[in-house]
Design a protein around this ligand. Structure first.
Ligand code: NAD
Length: 469
């Protein structure tokens, strides 16, 4: 979308940044709840005061409509901050546990919630603001210091984030580094206390290798091909609208976008016209002219998507199919009757192309899902509880959403994350706090000599009296 050049941080700046946040953490400066609460409030203000500028950057990077940017990036991030502010005391407080029989007398057991330390947050380009700030909410709430590395693929957002963070957040505790692969590689050479990475599985392996060098813990928020099962009895009008929303929000460049649909031939007859109608209502007969429809992030991804479509041998384009490289526009496109081993079914699509795969029945759909990597989310459209439970009991995925798309991401009471190739660990709400927290098991014993008669049994010399216990 852009020829704008982002200023990258120098080697010396990167090293100094890593050192600063590490020293700040060691000083204990970020541990108090008062400090954390203030920083969370400041992050909220950063978003609120700069809504127009953030929306403008998102428009320049992805041609996101202001409404979509506000809904998908700003309100969602602010909600995470609100949730952390409401629950911080409860999340951070010590938890007492009941000692087991051996330690029952004279012992206090506590789970202390301690910040992991100085952490690195690496963000992707598809929701450049939300996916940079939401992990940061967890890091701040937990009492960590952090370096944030926005994606260089969306330079307007990355530049603005780097300008705003020092104006609102504590400069010694929360810092931004901008750069591409060499700069991120340099950051990864440092020893972090946790790394939170959102992006693709190939880079995740590089991150994991770098973390392994220092035995650093990781959260990996990745992607994959998230399937949709549509039951014949589902309300096709409602299902089509909700799927159209999930597939075209940010032009399908969403980690939890419905990647493909598993459907019987009978259900497809009703679903395709309903989907056509839904797209028509949302973007009109010429989606390129719609102000509401985002663009593909850059020429590389535009070409990647066009190649998938060209190299895909099977199926019929039943909706859309238009593309314009100068405008980085690809229409919402539906390809029916795609073969299971064709190009569209190889990698995560991450764009507005939607293949429909014919299945004979629910067992066939389940078998297909189980033949693939565990997806980030599994969507099921059905009002048949038995069928839904059967799918839940016989498949695996990071999360499940029944009868809607994307909305589970906004639910802070549920952990969000993948499993296997779709990710490791989770966040949102309390899970964000937990991701950056070390639960330090703390046992405190009394020193009373009275207890020694009972506790003395464990000391040598071992006599028949000890052994009879
Ligand atoms: P990206 O290209 O912006 O990369 C993500 C980050 O990794 C960037 O900050 C980038 O600088 C860094 N990076 C890239 N190559 C690197 C390397 N060789 N070494 C070190 N760092 C490197 O974004 P992307 O990976 O194209 O993002 C899209 C993917 O992310 C999709 O697979 C999508 O499903 C996934 N995703 C997952 C979630 C989630 O929450 N689970 C959210 C959004 C996106």
């Amino acid at each position: 979308m852009t020829t704008f050049i982002l200023q990258y941080n120098s080697e010396a700046e990167i090293n100094q940044t890593a050192l600063t946040v590490q020293q700040t953490f060691k000083s204990g400066y970020t541990r108090s709840l008062k400090f954390r609460r203030h920083q969370l409030e400041q992050l909220w203000r950063l978003i609120d005061d700069n809504t127009d500028a953030l929306c403008d950057a998102l428009y320049k990077d992805l041609r996101k409509h202001k409404y979509e940017a506000t809904l998908g990036e700003l309100i969602t991030a602010k909600e995470e901050i609100n949730d952390a502010l409401v629950h911080l005391d409860e999340w951070a407080k010590d938890e007492r546990t009941t000692p087991s029989f051996v330690n029952r007398v004279g012992t206090t057991c506590i789970k202390r919630k301690e910040p992991k330390g100085a952490v690195l947050v690496i963000a992707p380009w598809n929701y450049p603001v939300y996916l940079a700030f939401t992990p940061l909410v967890g890091a701040i709430a937990a009492g960590c210091t952090a370096v944030l590395k926005p994606s260089e693929v969306t330079p307007h957002s990355a530049k603005l984030i780097a300008e705003l963070v020092p104006l609102y957040l504590d400069n010694k505790a929360f810092m931004v580094v901008n750069g591409g692969v060499p700069e991120t590689t340099q950051l990864l050479d440092h020893k972090w206390d946790h790394i939170f990475y959102t992006g693709n599985g190939t880079v995740a392996k590089i991150i994991m290798k770098a973390a392994a060098k220092h035995l650093t813990s990781l959260t990996l928020e990745l992607g994959g091909k998230s399937p949709v099962i549509i039951d014949e009895n589902a309300n096709m009008t409602v299902a089509a609208k909700r799927i159209a929303f999930g597939k075209t929000f940010n032009a399908g460049q969403t980690c939890v976008a419905p990647d493909y649909i598993l459907i019987t031939a009978k259900a497809e007859e009703k679903f395709v016209p309903a989907l056509k109608q839904a797209y028509l209502e949302m973007y009109g007969s010429d989606p390129q002219a719609s102000k509401d429809y985002a663009r593909i992030v850059n020429t590389r991804h535009f070409k990647r998507l066009c190649n998938i479509l060209m190299e895909n041998k099977s199926g019929d384009v039943v909706i859309g199919g238009q593309a314009d490289e100068n405008d980085l526009f690809i229409a919402p496109t539906v390809i029916a009757n795609v073969e299971r081993d064709d190009k569209l079914m190889e990698e995560e699509i991450f764009g507005p192309l939607l293949p429909l795969i014919r299945v004979t029945d629910i067992d066939d759909a389940i078998e297909y899902i189980n033949s693939k990597d565990e997806p980030l989310v599994l969507y099921i459209f059905s009002t048949n509880k038995k069928l839904v439970n059967k799918v839940l009991d016989s498949t695996r995925s990071g999360g499940v959403l029944v009868n809607d798309t994307l909305m589970h991401v906004s639910e802070s009471s549920l952990p969000f994350g993948g499993t296997g190739p779709s990710g490791m660990g989770s966040y949102h709400g309390k899970s964000s706090f937990d991701a950056f927290t070390h639960v330090r098991s703390t046992m405190i014993k009394g020193l009373s000599p009275v207890m020694e008669s009972a506790m003395g049994l464990r000391y040598a010399p071992y006599t028949p009296r000890n052994l009879s216990v």
